[in-house]
Write a protein that binds this ligand. Sequence first.
Ligand SMILES: [Zn+2]
Ligand SMILES: [Zn+2]
Length: 393
Amino acid sequence: MQELKIDFNKELFYSFEEIVTWRRYLHMNPEISFQEVETPRFIAEKLRSFGIDVRENIGGNGVVGVIKGDSPGKTIAFRADFDALPIQDEKEVPYKSTVNGAMHACGHDGHTSALLGVAKVLSRKRHDLCGTLILIFQPAEEKPPGGAKAMIDDGVLDGVDYIFGGHLATDVPIGKVAIRSGASMASVDAFKITIQGKGGHGAKPHSTVDAVAIGSELVSHLQQIVSRRVDPMEPAVVTIGSFHAGNAFNIIADTAVLEGTVRALNSDVRTQIEEEIRRILDGFQTADGITYTLDYLNGYPVLENHREETQLIEQLVKENLSPEALALKKVVLGAEDFAYYLQHRPGAFFHVGARNENPATQFAHHHPRFDFDEQAMLVQGQVFLLLTAHYLL
Ligand SMILES: [Zn+2]
Ligand SMILES: [Zn+2]
């Protein structure tokens, strides 16, 4: 068994140049969320060239490859996302984006190429496999409602026992795999509040209900949700990102529109914050005579890694890469729609170190000069191969 595991890895290393070629092709030809056309075509064509069964247009632009082993056994799924961001590529490299205003600034080109590398290796090993591998290539991770939910609704998890996904991370050093059991990425919600007061002359405030004055008070009140209502041991954010009201210096505004986002690492806290926002608005309605509407949009849920599957990755990394390769993932309030898969099936989401000493690999994700150490794709692929060996050999 150990022999075969090593075999897997060797073959992945042999494919490195090809994986880099795919990654650079995708990097030069990015397609933003929900507008992916050529990328899924490219993926499907590669999978077919490896002799893998392909299903296209799953949950929109999604692609699924199926590798059925010769013997029966478990079914495990690996997921890679493939959408780009509406960002202008500002770095100077030969593989710079050729599309104006679109860029792979999160590493999804790397995720897809790494999983294609894994697919190629495993397509030749199907005789040794007991069980089935489902390779999920998912569009539209960057933009809620996202691609994951649609692919799940389209049955991508039918028959799947376990699911795993990985993300390259330029805040983690190359060679390391970072993971955390339980909540490790945040839920993300968006809301829009419209306050309706009563406009009037700037010199006659007593005959108005001033939407600017009330809206300003509302902003500071909303800040007290995190500082005074949420348990201080629970990370959470309430951000008001925009506030629009009024259009003249001497007219009291009748409406104010505020937009913001809520992040939390605990679904109870997430629900609590939404309730607090409504409670505060009801209070303003009673105290100040406004009326209001609240559009509250639930984005991605909290990403909760399952304990057993997290421990499995920890153990595989320690034993097969090195004990130093394993790192504890820092909790962040960024979000990931991989969270939906973990609501349906046991599994885990891991982060793969992608920065080296070169400052070019140290920009934050979504930065216009984002890039990563391409060796990280091998590490990501190795984790998938180790999981395959664990479940299907
Ligand atoms: Zn991103
Ligand atoms: Zn991402």
